[in-house]
Write a protein that binds this ligand. Structure first.
Ligand code: AMP
Ligand code: TRP
Length: 328
């Protein structure tokens, strides 16, 4: 069988947190060894909300740096900035002509953003179409993402099928790869909503570059209930269940084993243990981060963009041919 392709993207909006890491990025790193992998800093997605261009330059480099520190290896993966590869936008336009607005109206991420007061614009509205284009551009088979992106991936699959039915078998139908635990890491300030980059409360999330002291403080102040038993129950004990999932993913211990070990030890002891596990998991990332310099990163990203453009152009030629847009 042909080697399968993995594609995923991260928005360069700062504040890369434990949810991003455990929900998605950890899988990106693992998949590099067994798949043809393509990873993208999706800067065009990030400009769908208000931003400062100067700050954004910094944030883009920062996102690339964090991903390299996490373990994305440019010798194993194709790694680049989305805006440097115009084929993403070209395919998004074509897929947009096949996307019913009724489908876009149902996208919960869009509805949530607008409900939070973010101005609705065409880019924000068609965000999932660009995401579909990212994935289909490389004929990806597998897409490692957190649970919040499930709906966008469903739409991508539908678009691939619609395109294939109309123009012939061009795109494989991609599958989501969503972790069993930590598919949705919850906020430390409110364990009923997801940990998010945009929450103004910094204590709601652990950043992957937070120092051990800061990680420990945030975990110790994570909101939990008042019954001191450590057990897994998402409805009754969302805070403790969140910490159990985090610890299970970081240590590789099952949740059952963790409950057996910490069930009666009280929240204080349990939270210390969770903090130890998270600190150990993040230590190598912090240390790799300090070794990277911006010049080196710029060089890596320029090379990535060249390779990505070449590859994307090959695929797009087929799309142009079947859609009647080939050069005359
Ligand atoms: P974003 O920060 O929106 O660019 O998301 C990057 C990746 O992190 C996506 O695959 C998301 O699904 C994933 N992700 C974001 N927040 C969380 C969370 N709280 N729990 C699990 N995965 C998440
Ligand atoms: N929408 C994704 C998010 O907010 C980021 C993203 C853009 C993405 N394009 C993608 C993820 C393609 C996976 C594949 O997290």
């Amino acid at each position: 069988m042909e080697r399968q392709t993995v594609f995923s993207g991260l928005q360069p909006t700062g504040n890369v947190h434990l949810g991003n890491y455990l929900g998605a990025l950890r899988n990106w790193v693992k998949l590099q060894d067994s798949y043809d992998s393509v990873y993208c800093v999706v800067d065009l997605h990030a400009i769908t909300v208000d931003y400062d261009p100067q700050q954004f330059e910094q944030d883009r480099i920062e996102a690339a740096k964090v991903l390299l520190a996490v373990g994305i290896d440019p010798d194993k993966s194709l790694f680049y900035f989305q805006s440097q590869v115009p084929q993403h936008s070209e395919l998004a336009w074509i897929l947009g002509t096949m996307t019913p607005t009724g489908v876009l109206n149902r996208m919960t991420q869009y509805k949530d953003k607008v409900a939070r007061g973010i101005p609705a614009n065409l880019g924000l509205y068609s965000y999932p179409v660009l995401m579909a284009a990212d994935i289909l551009l490389y004929h990806a088979n597998l897409v490692p993402i957190g649970d919040d992106q499930r709906q966008h991936l469903e739409m991508t699959r539908d678009l691939a099928e619609r395109f294939n039915n109309r123009f012939g078998e061009v795109f494989p139908i991609p599958d989501a790869l969503i972790p069993e635990t930590t598919a949705r890491v919850m906020s430390f300030a409110d364990p009923t909503s997801k940990m998010s980059k945009s929450d103004p409360n910094e204590k709601s999330r652990v950043l992957i570059l937070d120092s051990p002291d800061v990680v420990r403080k945030k975990i110790k102040s994570a909101m939990t209930d008042s019954d001191p038993e450590v057990r897994f129950d998402r409805d009754e004990k969302p805070g403790i269940s969140n910490l159990l999932e985090i610890m299970s993913t970081c240590t590789g211990e099952s949740i059952d084993n963790l409950v057996a070990e910490y069930g009666g030890s009280g929240y204080g002891v349990f939270k210390e243990a969770v903090a130890d596990a998270v600190i150990a998991e993040l230590a190598p990332i912090r240390s790799a981060y300090t070794q990277l310099d911006d010049e080196e990163i710029a060089r890596i990203m320029r090379r990535g963009a060249l390779d990505a453009r070449t590859r994307a152009e090959g695929f797009q030629q087929t799309v142009r041919q079947v859609t009647g847009l080939a050069p005359v």
